[in-house]
Design a protein around this ligand. Structure first.
Ligand SMILES: Cc1ncc(COP(=O)(O)O)c(C=O)c1O
Ligand SMILES: Nc1ccccc1C(=O)C[C@H](N)C(=O)O
Length: 432
């Protein structure tokens, strides 16, 4: 396998454009790129799109999947709930097996519903049950703002001070990455006061993929609940959620899962909680037993497992886009994606290191087991113009304050040539 170390050993090998093209030719899953709409410049050249970590590209099939539901709505009206080619009543069930496979869960543990931050709140209704003495929440110091606001408002909702109740797991002084021993130290010191850990499995800013199994073990040792935000993990890494033992997780589908802007999110509740009907929750009619849902006037009879966290009948058009994407993931499989991803990002890392330019520094871990496809490139003196120049050249990356360009070569549609061209352009800009 082509890891960074192997690249370095291949000193006699020309690692330029010819090499990149050869890698693309030998890439067993290269044909998937043709199944996506790649944005183009006015000369018809493909953009170099590296922001699948923000909004994944559109599969060409998505339109067909959505059109099917529009046609069935036109043809059947309300009867589409039963008569549509993919009946709407159980539509979410068509997504469950594929989604469960992507995150390494059992089908009873997964459902697609709502949006990410909404799901985090609903999960905290159940899994953040503070007492007067055990109420604090641990997040990463550089958690995505939405997660921070979610836990702060949960604390306040339960009558606690949001600052006092929030514990930040921080990188050590002068470092960017998190160290699991520091989480252990927090738990050793304050574990008796901590009710919940809510951690980004892959950090949005640094791209660091944390050991979520270890986080679950540490949290559970102190009787804390453990939840994971997998926004940057789902479809990117293999989180093996069931075996990790975390209590719950949530993720969006518009990044690596290519399901369209603002599309519905995933939710995971570990099997160990599947039949605990005593868990507090906010319910709606979609939480209720499917066999008696339409009998109306029934007391709530919650569906076991993740489906019991649903509230509403879901938006089918959004689910159709998710189905289009998951059918592709099901076909290609996460193992093939990860294999290419490690090679692609390894090549990217190698080329960036070759630039030997002290204005830039990769802050993402070098170990492929501690990252997904994204590399976060810190730019000295926070010069945003570098990012602007890349964008003007149709090299789409994103800038995250204060000084990082995030760049995610996505194995489903990015090529080794994309990566080569990106680094060549970066070199030119840095030398200007
Ligand atoms: C880690 C993380 N959490 C939360 C969000 C917010 O998600 P949403 O707007 O779908 O609730 C995002 C991305 O937007 C994210 O990357
Ligand atoms: N949904 C969006 C809508 C508009 C702009 C950005 C987003 C993102 O998803 C940002 C992403 N979560 C991030 O990691 O920065």
């Amino acid at each position: 396998m082509l890891t960074t170390q192997n690249f370095i050993q291949l000193t006699n090998y020309k690692l330029g454009l010819d090499f990149a093209r050869e890698q693309d030719q030998n890439d067993a899953i290269s044909h998937y790129r043709n199944q996506f709409h790649i944005p183009k410049d006015k000369h018809g050249n493909d953009w170099l799109y590296f922001t699948g970590n923000s909004l994944g590209l559109q599969p060409k099939n998505t339109k067909k999947y959505i059109q099917q539901e529009l046609d069935d709505w036109a043809d059947f009206g309300v009867e589409g709930h039963f008569e549509a080619k993919n009946p709407w009543m159980p539509y979410h069930e068509f997504l469950t097996d594929s989604m469960a496979k992507i995150v390494g869960a059992k089908p009873i543990e997964v459902v697609v519903m709502n949006t990410l931050t909404t799901n985090l709140h609903l999960l905290m209704v159940s899994f953040y049950q503070p007492t007067k003495t055990k109420y604090k929440i641990v997040i990463e110091s550089d958690a995505f703002p939405s997660d921070r606001y979610a836990v702060q408002t949960q604390l306040e909702f339960h009558g606690f001070d949001a600052n006092e109740g929030l514990i930040e797991w921080k990188p050590r002084k002068g470092e960017e990455l998190l160290n699991i021993e520091d989480l252990e130290a927090i738990l050793n010191e304050q574990g008796d006061e901590i009710a919940l850990l809510l951690i980004g499995g892959v950090n949005y800013y640094t791209g660091q993929y944390l050991d979520i199994k270890k986080i679950a073990e540490l949290g559970h040792t102190k009787n804390c609940m453990v939840g994971i935000d997998l926004a940057h993990g789902a479809g990117n890494i293999n989180p093996d959620l069931h075996n990790s033992g975390v209590d719950f997780a949530a993720w969006c589908t518009y990044k690596y899962l290519n399901s369209g802007p603002g599309s519905l999110a995933g939710l995971f509740v570990h099997e160990k909680h599947a039949h605990n009907t005593k868990l507090k929750r906010f319910a709606g009619w979609w939480s209720h037993n499917k066999d008696t849902r339409f009998n109306m006037r029934q007391p709530l009879d919650v569906i076991p497992g993740a489906e019991g966290w649903q509230l509403s009948n879901p938006p089918i058009l959004s689910m159709a886009a998710i189905k289009a994407s998951l059918d592709m993931f099901n076909e290609v499989g996460m193992d093939a994606l990860r294999k290419k991803s490690e090679q692609l990002t390894g090549y990217f890392e190698f080329l960036l290191n070759e630039l030997n330019n002290d204005q830039i520094k990769i802050i993402t871990p070098s170990n492929p087991n501690e990252r997904g496809c994204q590399l976060s490139i810190q730019v000295k003196n926070a010069d945003k113009s570098l990012h602007k120049k890349l964008t003007e050249a149709h090299i789409i990356t994103d800038w995250r304050e204060p000084d990082v360009i995030r760049c995610a070569p996505v194995p489903l549609y990015n090529t080794f040539e994309d990566v080569y061209r990106m680094v060549e352009k970066l070199k030119t800009i840095l030398n200007e």
